[in-house]
Design a protein around this ligand. Structure first.
Ligand SMILES: Nc1nc2c(c(=O)[nH]1)N[C@H]1C(S)=C(S)[C@@H](COP(=O)(O)OP(=O)(O)OC[C@H]3O[C@@H](n4cnc5c(N)ncnc54)[C@H](O)[C@@H]3O)O[C@H]1N2
Ligand code: MOO
Ligand SMILES: [Mg+2]
Length: 444
C-alpha cells in the first residue's frame, strides 16, 4: 500500500497536460464559460477607452478652482451637458465648465471633475464651493489596461469575472483547451440501471452517475459506457473500447482481491503499465492506476478519430476505482480530480487538493493504519473559523446515504486513531463550497 502523498505525486507525474499548440479549440465568448484559456488574450481597446468622469458633477479647469472655498467661491459658465454615451462637442475654456455625469467623456480643455455636492447651480452657471484635488475623479484613458498588452494568461478557468473582462474587451473568440474526454463504466454482475426493477441481490449502479457528474462539474466530457459484467472478455472489450475514445478512463469495481475482480489482470493483458495497485487510504484502498502509451491493436485508425483528436496519440490514464460508492467518490476527490485538472490545462499548483484547518465538532475515529477521510460538512462559526461536522450515521464505504451535503473530508493521519471534538483537523474541500451556517448542517 502506497502512502497517499506518494500516490498523488506518481499520478500527477503521469499526467501530460494538453498541448497549448495542438489540443485546443476556438470558441465564441458565449460558449466559453468554465473553459480553460490556452493562449494569452490581448485586446485592441484601452481601459478606460477614453478619459471619463467617475462622478456626477462638473468638468472644469483645475487652475480655475484650485483656491476656491465656501467663502470665496468661483462661478463658472456651463457650456454643455455630457451624459454617458455622448460625445462632447464643446471645448471647456477658462471660466467655463461642462455638466458631466458618471461615465461621461471628459471634454477637451477640462482636467478635473468637481462633484455636484460641492457646487450650487445658478441658471446656466455653477458655483464651485470647494477646491478639488488636481485631476480629481477623472478616469484616465488606459490607466486600467493598455491595448495590445497581456490581458489574461493561459491556464485560467473562465468564470463570471473572466467572462466579464473578455466581454468588455471585445474578445469574442477565445482559444481554449479542448475538454478532456473521460470514459466511465461500472463493473459488476449485481448492477442495474436506476430505472430497472431490482431482483434479489441486485443494486443500482450509482457510481456511473456519481462519476459522470463529478467529471462534468470539473469541465470534462463524460462518456458513459454503462455496466460491464464481471466477465474477462466483456471487461477486455470494455477497456479496449474506452481507451480508444478517451483521454482518461474511470472504471469502478473489480480491483480488490476477490475471484471476480479482474481489472488488474485484464489491464496487464492489454499491455497497460500499472503504476499503483493500492493506497494506504480509507476509504479507497484498492486503487489501480495504469497508463496505455500506445494505441491498442483493435483501436480505430487515426483517420477514424477526426472527432476525437489525438486520443490515440497521447497516453491514456486509467483509474480502476474501488466499487464501494463512497470509496469511488473519495478516490475521485483525492486522486482523480488533481489529475483531471492538470490534464485540462490548469497549472499543477491550482490542480492540487485544497485542505483547510478546521475545528472538529465531533470525535473523529480512525483505525490508524490508513490515512482516513471522514465525510461531513465544513462551515464557518460566528467568529469566521472553519468547523467540521461529521455526517451522522455509518461511515462504511458501502453507505452512500449520508454522503449528500458533503462538502469536506476530515483527514485523520496514519498513526492516529482519534481526533477529539474541539481539536484541530485538516479538511479536504470537496463539492460546492461552504455550508452557509451551522443551522443548515444536515445529518445523514
Ligand atoms: N479480502 C479482502 N476483501 C476486500 C478488500 C481486501 O483488502 N481484502 N478490500 C475491500 C475494500 S477496502 C474495498 S473498497 C472493496 C473494493 O472492491 P472492488 O473494487 O473489487 O469492488 P467490487 O468487489 O466490484 O464491489 C465492492 C462493493 O461495491 C459495490 N459496487 C460495485 N460497483 C458499484 C456501482 N457501480 N454502484 C454502486 N455500488 C457498487 C458492490 O456491490 C460491492 O458491494 O473490496 C473490499 N474487499
Ligand atoms: O478502501 Mo475500502 O474503500 O475501505 O472500503
Ligand atoms: Mg471486489
Amino acid at each position: 500500500m502506497l502512502p497517499v502523498q506518494e500516490a498523488e505525486s506518481i499520478i500527477l507525474n503521469l499526467v501530460q497536460p494538453f498541448d497549448p499548440r495542438l489540443e485546443t479549440q476556438v470558441v465564441e465568448l458565449s460558449a466559453a464559460t468554465n473553459r480553460i484559456l490556452a493562449a494569452t488574450v490581448t485586446s485592441n481597446l484601452d481601459f478606460p477607452h477614453w478619459d471619463n468622469s467617475a462622478m456626477d458633477g462638473y468638468a472644469v479647469h483645475y487652475s480655475d478652482v484650485q483656491s476656491c472655498n465656501r467663502e470665496q467661491p468661483v462661478v463658472l459658465t456651463i457650456v454643455e451637458e455630457i451624459p454617458a454615451g455622448y460625445q462632447p462637442q464643446c471645448e471647456v475654456k477658462p471660466g467655463q465648465a461642462s455638466r458631466i455625469f458618471t461615465g461621461g467623456c471628459m471634454p477637451k480643455g477640462a482636467d478635473t471633475v468637481v462633484i455636484q455636492e460641492n457646487t450650487k447651480l445658478q441658471d446656466n452657471q455653477v458655483v464651485i464651493l470647494e477646491a478639488p484635488q488636481p485631476q480629481a475623479f477623472v478616469r484616465h484613458r488606459a490607466s486600467f489596461y493598455q491595448a495590445q498588452t497581456s490581458l489574461m494568461k493561459p491556464g485560467i478557468r473562465l468564470g463570471a469575472p473572466e467572462i466579464a473582462v473578455l466581454a468588455a474587451a471585445q474578445c469574442n473568440q477565445l482559444t481554449v483547451y479542448r475538454r478532456p474526454r473521460v470514459a466511465i463504466f461500472s463493473t459488476g454482475n449485481e448492477l442495474v440501471t436506476p430505472d430497472q426493477p431490482l431482483k434479489p441481490g441486485q443494486i443500482v449502479d450509482s457510481n456511473q452517475y456519481a462519476l459522470a457528474t463529478f467529471v462534468s462539474l470539473l469541465g470534462g466530457v463524460p462518456i458513459p459506457m454503462g455496466i460491464v459484467r464481471d466477465q474477462p472478455d466483456d471487461l477486455k472489450n470494455a477497456i479496449a473500447n474506452a481507451i480508444s475514445q478517451a483521454d482518461m478512463v474511470l472504471s469502478t469495481g473489480g480491483v480488490s482481491v476477490g475471484d471476480y475482480d479482474y481489472v488488474d489482470q485484464i489491464l496487464a493483458q492489454l499491455g497497460a503499465e500499472i503504476h499503483i495497485h493500492s493506497v494506504a487510504v480509507k476509504p479507497g484502498k484498492p486503487l489501480t492506476v495504469a497508463t496505455f502509451t500506445s494505441p491498442l491493436p483493435n483501436s480505430p485508425e487515426e483517420s477514424d478519430l477526426s472527432t476525437t483528436p489525438s486520443c490515440s496519440k497521447r497516453p491514456v490514464l486509467y483509474f480502476g476505482l474501488p466499487g464501494n460508492p463512497v470509496s469511488a467518490l473519495v478516490s475521485c476527490w483525492r486522486f482523480v480530480k488533481p489529475a483531471l485538472l492538470k490534464l485540462s490545462g490548469l497549472p499543477e499548483e491550482v490542480s492540487k487538493p485544497i485542505f483547510v484547518k478546521a475545528i472538529a465538532s465531533n470525535d473523529l475515529h480512525a483505525g490508524g493504519r490508513r490515512e482516513t477521510y471522514l465525510w461531513g460538512q465544513l462551515c464557518l462559526d460566528a467568529a469566521g473559523a472553519y468547523e467540521f461536522h461529521l455526517a451522522s450515521g455509518s461511515h462504511s464505504s458501502g453507505n452512500l446515504i449520508n454522503l449528500a451535503y458533503t462538502n469536506g473530508l476530515a483527514l485523520v493521519p496514519i498513526g492516529k486513531t482519534l481526533i477529539r471534538a474541539g481539536e484541530s483537523v485538516l479538511v479536504l474541500q470537496v463539492g460546492e463550497g461552504l455550508a452557509r451556517a451551522k443551522g443548515n448542517i444536515k445529518s445523514g
